[in-house]
Design a protein around this ligand. Sequence first.
Ligand code: ZN
Length: 127
Amino acid sequence: MGRSLDRGGKIRPKKHNISMDHKEFIKLIPIWLDGKLDGKRGGRFLEHMENCKECREELHIQYLVKEGTARLESGMSFNLDKELSEKVTAYKKKLKRKHTENVIIYWMEAIAGAAIIFILVLVFILM
Ligand SMILES: [Zn+2]
């Protein structure tokens, strides 16, 4: 059900849909740091982060550079390692919450759809 055949007969590797490569990850780091990465890409971003040590290090470096220079100028004390891991954790929570909301909306729509069909059937039977 719901399976669509590619006319060219090419089989697309499924893996490509769930993860991203290093290049894409690195390109998205500044966007993520700005908090502007959306849920769909954000999930894959987190997935790559968890599975790829090199990219985690790259993220770490970019975070230090971005935040570190700003803080040094302001003279505030900081613990960026801790802050970055907190930022990651907060983002995971945010994505999870978003996912839950989407699931709830999906079910509400499904129930509403079923109710409408039920009413139509009922009307049809009674007529
Ligand atoms: Zn990577």
